[in-house]
Ligand binder design. Structure first.
Ligand SMILES: [Zn+2]
Length: 83
């Protein structure tokens, strides 16, 4: 039985269809009884749609690499292999 925290942690994977069937079904059951998670799902979906409709910033690829490495330097927790 999933709790709200489980569902909120899996929301983006759920929306990306990246979860196995069993977990998708468990989330659907939870959504059927939980208005909080239904609202959360709607908000995440709306945010993804909004971000997808925004134009990409016009940044040259080499400049983007510099910006990303600078971002990783100032935000070490953003590196995938940390933590
Ligand atoms: Zn919930």
């Amino acid at each position: 039985m999933l709790v709200c925290r489980d569902v909120t942690e899996m929301t983006t994977d759920y929306l990306d269809h990246a979860l196995p069937l069993g977990q998708r079904v468990a989330i659907r059951w939870h959504l059927a009884i939980c208005s909080f998670c239904r609202r959360h799902l709607r908000q995440v979906r709306a945010t993804i749609r909004l971000l997808g409709s925004m134009p990409r910033p016009d940044v040259a690829p080499e400049r983007e690499a510099v910006l990303l490495s600078e971002l990783h330097r100032v935000l070490p927790e953003s590196q995938p292999d940390s933590g």
